[in-house]
Design a protein around this ligand. Structure first.
Ligand code: ADP
Length: 483
């Protein structure tokens, strides 16, 4: 199959979250299955800067210009070409300095226009490359304008008629709601959706409405988003397409996240040398200025400090934990940035429990690797979690996850076997799961080690997921061709 993957984020070129990891990894695994995959994303300031300075990714400028038709005339755009690092999957960058030459990926008042332009430029790029994909895989609302265009104005364009689309939802909370005028800009005439207010366009809703197939990043999240509780007002729309909604679990890059080869950690280990993990714990304790105690469980949180992550369940149980109510002593390390209220909560707790807790309120990829390797338990009490990478990485490093049973957490962590889980979004339920984990750690070390090994042995690779994606692509193609 010829597959185009279109996304606002692709690791390592631009990343704010799991979306980038998926879009940087999945195409490589699809290529290994024998497919012709190409990737397109915007050339943000950082990408252009790297091209003009170190050019460490070996990009080259595309010859000529793309002429992108918009409601305010035809606009020029440039492009770069490279490959996904560690592979020969082609990646194209749409360059338009006014729109993308900015320090951040999102957060501007004209975001809807930026990504609408990006999608229309991608169409012109395909024409310039003379490459017609068999299927287009669009990620999140930023790529949904392409789906909308293909399903409306694009049906009149011989070059692009009848290309099936698969829309993958990485986070339903961000929907790309904007003014109806965007359709004048895109040259689209269409009808409003029940999910859209008067004069409003909702690109997430449009993607769901127009795509040939819909997918999200875990089976449980796929079911959850069809309920009012998790549906972010799009549950009815999703439900109306229930037969086409799939949930494919993300994988993790098992070469990068591998305690046996990780170059960031001083003491490498695997399931046969699990005892070496303790050296990483001692290093982490030393770095965090905590007493180097082998027998004291070290709990950790590595996360965006966001409403989604269930942090308002944490303050009270952590205070109890560090005061010894879990049945013994304990230590805690947090690494994360985000909302003020959570940063303040952790600052205060760390101040109070100086010799037991350390708060790193920053983003630090290297430190995160040390924490995954050195901690005993990993907390993830998310309110909702489309897939979640943190718990998967933790498991790979034999760090036992304590998670809420939602979204991808419910699909990857098994209570008493690879981690500890709870269901109700309450402090009691969270404390209970943590307490059970602590009791096992304090009093039943053989069982604890079995859990660690089960977790490390779980298949979290992309190979399995890529095959499922290929299946859905094939179904979408069959649907479009009327097979
Ligand atoms: P989300 O995409 O919602 O942020 P995921 O669990 O899917 O959540 O992915 C988060 C990723 O970002 C994980 O790999 C985690 O280790 C990493 N991460 C989050 N916060 C930090 C931080 N402050 N420093 C380093 N890595 C972080």
């Amino acid at each position: 199959m010829k597959i185009l993957s279109i996304s606002a984020e692709v690791a390592p070129f631009a990343k704010t979250g799991g979306l980038a990891d998926v879009c940087g990894a999945l195409p490589k695994y699809l290529q290994k299955l024998g497919h012709d995959v190409r990737v397109v994303m915007p050339a943000y300031q950082k990408v252009e800067h790297e091209y003009h300075t170190t050019n460490k990714y070996g990009l080259s400028a595309l010859p000529g210009q793309l002429w992108v038709p918009t409601g305010v005339g035809v606009s020029p755009a440039g492009g770069f070409r490279g490959t996904l690092p560690g592979s020969d999957v082609p990646i194209y960058f749409i360059a338009e300095w006014n729109l993308f030459g900015r320090p951040e990926i999102y957060g501007y008042s004209d975001d809807a226009y930026r990504f609408a332009f990006f999608c229309k430029a991608a169409v012109e790029l395909l024409a310039a490359l003379d490459w017609r994909p068999d299927v287009i895989h669009a990620h999140d609302w930023h790529a949904a304008p392409l789906i909308t265009w293909l399903a409306t104005a694009g049906t009149q364009d011989d070059r692009f008629r009848n290309i099936p689309t698969v829309f993958t939802i990485h986070n339903l909370a961000h929907q790309g709601r904007t003014h109806w005028k965007i359709f004048d800009y895109m040259g689209v005439q269409t009808y409003g959706l029940a999910e859209e207010n008067y004069d409003e366009v909702n690109f997430m809703a449009r993607g769901i409405h127009h795509a040939t197939m819909i997918n999200t990043v875990s089976p449980t999240y796929a079911r959850e988003i069809m309920t009012p509780e998790y549906g972010a007002h799009l549950d009815k729309l999703l439900h109306s397409r229930a037969f086409d909604v799939h949930g494919i679990l993300n994988g993790i890059d098992t070469d990068v996240w591998n305690p046996a080869t990780d170059t960031y950690i001083a003491h490498k280990f695997d399931t046969n040398s699990l005892e070496a993990k303790i050296f990483n714990k001692r290093e982490l304790q030393a770095r965090a200025g905590l007493p180097q105690r082998d027998d004291v469980p070290l709990l950790a949180l590595v996360s965006r400090l966001d409403f989604q992550k269930g942090l308002d369940l944490m303050g009270h149980p952590l205070h109890m934990l560090l005061n010894g109510f879990g049945g013994g002593e304990a230590q805690f390390i947090v690494l994360g940035t985000g909302a003020d209220e959570y940063e303040q909560m952790f600052t205060r707790l760390a101040h109070y429990h100086k010799d037991k807790m350390r708060a790193y309120l920053t983003y630090d990829a290297m430190l995160s690797q040390l924490i995954y390797a050195g901690a005993d338990m990993f907390l993830m009490p998310s309110r909702f979690e489309p897939c979640g990478l943190g718990q998967m990485i933790a498991m790979r490093y034999g760090t036992v996850p304590i998670v809420r049973m939602t979204g991808g957490l419910a699909d990857t962590v098994y209570d008493g076997s690879t981690g500890f889980t709870f269901f109700d979004y309450t402090i009691d339920a969270f404390w209970n799961a943590m307490y059970r984990a602590l009791q096992t750690y304090y009093h039943n070390r053989p069982h604890w080690q079995t859990i660690q090994k089960n977790a490390m042995n779980q298949d979290l690779s992309w190979e399995t997921s890529a095959k499922r994606y290929a299946e859905i692509f094939a179904w979408a193609i069959a649907r479009a061709r009327g097979w």
